[in-house]
Design a protein around this ligand. Structure first.
Ligand code: SAH
Length: 345
């Protein structure tokens, strides 16, 4: 079906201009269309565009918006969205309200092929990549649902660097002055450590924040919980992170999910500190969020002791505040439930 192959939201202003000219319209129509699209307005509401042009667009394209299939609002104001696309694929996005503004956590793929042992997103493998415009549609869904989005984190479902071109295109779209105009410095991207992606992203020269899911103090433990660690060693990942820092001057965030009995002991903390000492990074400690399975988070005292060991060794660390605990807050959970229910589980 042709109308599904060309969602307009996936086009840059330049690409949209080419399309508009090809359809025999004046160039300035492209900008009008672009402004409407980036406000999430349907064809029927694009008042300054000629009816004949809109009829043509409707026949040959779609706007490319996502449909809100489910919305869960937590006691702390966190809102979790299940968003659907035309082909039936669904992804999650989570809006978190903080004192410094609203942060939207978005997905870059439907599912994921990285299969980290502790993560719900990887449980069903990769369904498909999202187009740049589909990632943008997640942000627009939150905005048209009445929210201000100040910051973005690409930490929902999927591995951003396994969908590199679409993710970089998305960053340029969402940052566009005539689009949502969200500043690159307000955007963080998290990777499980695809080294070539980290290097390419450093060379891209976009001042976003890079976060790396390290989750272990050494390769042996990392390989137990992250299959990607069999492809790239921790040394290679940290070297790429240092390359990123040297190239961009942007401090890297190291993410570390604390799992009791796996990577959360005092010894693990000391070893991690040794690996990170001297590298200008900041560690984000994330107590494991239960998503089914055998893992559990360490107790509060153990989490705090881990943090203090890092700090004592001059490695800055904070414990990530959890939000939305009462609404399947962890990434991948809501979709997993949705897909299981579709399969009658
Ligand atoms: N693929 C990317 C981004 C998506 S996940 C990456 O791996 O970084 C965003 C973060 O949530 C990652 O650090 C991931 O390891 C973490 N995460 C996944 N499942 C989790 C869980 N059950 N509890 C706590 N953190 C989890």
């Amino acid at each position: 079906m042709q109308s599904q192959t060309k969602p307009l939201l996936n086009l840059s202003l330049e690409e949209l201009t080419d399309l508009v000219l090809k359809l025999g319209e004046k160039k300035f129509r492209a900008e009008q269309l672009y402004l409407w699209l980036n406000k999430g307005v349907p064809f029927s509401g694009m008042r300054n565009l000629p009816e004949s042009f809109l009829t043509r667009l409707k026949a040959e394209t779609t706007e490319g918006y996502a449909e809100i299939l489910n919305r869960q609002v937590s006691k702390d104001g966190t809102t979790k969205y299940l968003l659907g696309f035309a082909d039936g694929v669904s992804v999650e996005a989570v809006l978190m309200k903080q004192s410094y503004g609203n942060t939207l956590c978005i997905s870059t793929q439907a599912g994921c092929r990285m299969a980290c042992a502790f993560c719900a997103s990887g449980a069903l493998g990769l369904q498909r990549n999202l187009l740049a415009g589909e990632i943008l549609a997640e942000v627009l869904a939150a905005v048209t649902d009445g929210n201000t989005v100040n910051n973005l984190v690409l930490m929902g479902m999927g591995e951003p660097f396994d969908n590199y071109d679409n993710v970089v295109k998305f960053l340029k779209l969402v940052n566009h002055p005539k689009g949502l105009n969200i500043g690159m410095r307000s955007i963080s991207l998290s990777t499980c450590g695809l080294v070539p992606g980290i290097i390419a992203f450093a060379d891209e020269g976009l001042p976003a924040t890079l976060a790396i899911s390290l989750h272990a103090p050494n390769d042996a433990i990392r390989r137990q919980i992250m299959p990607i660690a069999k492809t790239y060693t921790m040394g290679e990942v940290l070297d790429a992170a240092k390359y990123y820092f040297n190239k961009t001057g942007r401090r890297v965030i190291i993410e570390y999910v604390l799992i009791d009995g796996i990577n959360a002991s005092a010894e693990n903390a000391a070893e991690l500190a040794g690996r990170l000492r001297g590298f200008n990074c900041h560690v984000n400690l994330i107590p494991y969020n239960a998503v089914g399975g055998d893992f559990k988070a360490p107790n509060k005292a153990a989490v705090e002791a881990f943090r203090q060991t890092l700090e004592k060794n001059k490695v800055g660390a904070t414990v990530r505040k959890t939000s939305g605990d009462d609404i399947d807050g962890a990434c991948g959970q809501l979709r997993l439930k949705h897909m299981n229910s579709k399969q009658g589980k």
